[in-house]
Design a protein around this ligand. Structure first.
Ligand code: G6P
Length: 488
């Protein structure tokens, strides 16, 4: 209802690369999956609450079979609440725009995880083309001249300006789900001016943290001729005004009861994994991505076992790693290195047939992930750099028993909010090892105190608040625009 008040009957269009429901052909028929994506985790509940149309790339092998003649399908499949409009990309478009410019260029550029960005002119051309195709889809789907367009992430840096050209009265809100780097780092991008100009087509541009906003303002200041009002956090460029604000993203607080109690999950998960009933367990849940610090995490486990040999055979780190962007070499290399390291640690410390590392390189649906969160003693997030990281918040939300310890990288947006986590520098293996041991031996009272205050924060600052605040700010800008239009 919060969202309905903000929207007051406005038309809402969301654009993202990743779709919230992927239909795939399997031996059992057509299956629907929710992809592993922080973006989808956050935006999907918001869309359910405000209906509208979500435009995204149709990536599933059965996607074409589930849409109508306008490429639309009502979702969620079991309980339709909004429209998903799919855009089809050719192999070359997907290669150049998604794998190439977005994920070999912008992704490492913005994360600074010491993987060198790759910039190819041919990728850039596809990126421009695909941005235009999605912008055209937005214009085609719009039924009014002033819709609220919610643009998601680094796949669409150029789209805001493209939409602005066709729908000058639209309120265009963009959220950048990944970090924004400092001006020097961003400056190596051969198309830095074009990207910044594209982004300044937005009415409102959101980042996770004030730090990312500051980096963005400084980047614009360095490379474009604009007028920046630092106090108001606005940028004027040409005739356009863009407001830049931090909106820390979050999750929907769980409302439905879980199918299993925490006790039941503790037992059934250990049984499933072949672990003893009282076994100590840490959980990691990530896409298999080099920004997530999975190698560093395993190294910390190894070091902890060196320092505390009595933990061998009593403790296991379960790492769920959803395969991601697997046609890119960096991701294939990472998988090989993660497997190797896990094997090495297991051969060193695998006592009485129990491995200290259990790698699950596969996709788990969210109810399975929840069971693992609830079964664990510790959740480990060691991103080398991460816009927010919603795994940390999901873990907290799942623990109504107020037990369990969160170990959290200081390089996540989440670390700016979740001060009661054990905050570590993932590059510092020794510190990671100490945090693991401290978590394993933390008194119940202390766990409870930390968990309780983190739960209160995540419950209050949920994803509806995230969206609500953006829409509220946008509504204010919209009114201002209408008023100034009358004056002139
Ligand atoms: C990050 C990005 C999202 C993306 C997700 C999964 O969270 O910010 O935009 O959807 O990773 O990556 P993928 O390439 O599979 O969509």
């Amino acid at each position: 209802s919060l969202l309905h008040d903000e929207l007051a009957g406005d038309e809402v269009l969301v654009v993202s690369n990743r779709e919230p429901y992927i239909h795939t052909k399997t031996a059992k028929g057509i299956e629907v999956r929710r992809p592993a994506s922080g973006l989808v985790t956050a935006v999907e509940p918001v869309m359910r609450a405000c209906s509208g149309t979500w435009i995204a790339h149709g990536a599933g092998t059965a996607d074409r079979e589930t849409v109508d003649e306008n490429d639309r399908v009502q979702v969620p499949p079991k309980n339709p609440a909004y429209t998903l409009r799919r855009v089809w990309l050719s192999k070359e478009e997907e290669q150049g725009y998604y794998y190439g410019f977005a994920n070999e260029g912008l992704w490492p550029l913005c994360h600074i995880a010491h993987v060198r960005p790759v910039f190819r002119s041919s990728d850039w051309e596809e990126y421009v083309k695909v941005n235009q195709r999605f912008a055209d889809a937005v214009v085609a789907e719009a039924n009014t001249e002033d819709p609220v367009v919610l643009v998601q992430d680094y796949h669409f840096a150029l789209l805001p300006r493209m939409v602005r050209e066709k729908l000058p009265k639209a309120t265009i809100i963009m959220f950048w789900h990944i970090p924004w780097p400092n001006p020097e780092s961003f400056g190596i991008c051969p198309w830095r001016e074009e990207i910044l100009e594209g982004l300044l087509g937005n009415t409102l541009l959101g980042f996770h943290t004030p730090f990312h906003c500051k980096n963005f303002l400084e980047t614009v200041d360095r490379y474009l001729e604009t007028r920046i009002e630092h106090e108001a956090s606005t940028i004027s460029y040409g005739g356009d005004l863009t407001q830049v604000e931090p909106y820390p993203i979050s999750i929907a607080w769980p409302e439905e009861p879980y199918p299993e109690t925490i006790e039941e999950s503790r037992e059934s998960v250990r049984k499933e994994l072949g672990l003893p009933r009282d076994h100590l367990m840490a959980i990691g849940v990530d896409r298999l991505d080099y920004t997530k610090g999975i190698l560093e995490r395993l190294q910390a486990v190894e070091r902890m076992l060196e320092l505390h040999p009595s933990m061998a055979g009593r403790f296991t780190m379960v790492q769920i790693a959803a395969p991601s962007r697997t046609s890119l070499e960096e991701y294939q290399n990472l998988e090989a290195r993660v497997r190797q390291l896990a094997q090495r640690i297991n051969s060193r410390f695998g006592a009485s047939g129990i491995d200290p590392i259990m790698l699950k390189i596969e996709h788990y649906e969210s109810d399975q992930v929840n069971r693992y969160y609830r079964a664990a003693d510790i959740c480990v997030v060691t991103s080398l750099h991460d816009g927010m990281n919603l795994v940390a918040k999901e873990f907290i939300a799942s623990r109504e028993d107020e037990r369990g310890v969160l170990i959290l990288s200081q390089f996540t947006g989440a670390a700016r909010e979740l001060h009661e986590a054990l905050i570590i520098n993932p590059y510092h293996v020794e510190q990671g090892a100490d945090a693991l041991y401290r978590a394993l031996t933390m008194p119940e009272m202390e766990q409870r105190e930390r968990m309780r205050s983190m739960r209160a924060l995540v419950r209050d600052f949920n994803v509806y608040r995230w969206a609500g605040r953006m829409l509220l700010d946008a509504a204010r800008l919209r009114r201002r625009e209408r008023v100034t239009a009358k004056i002139h």
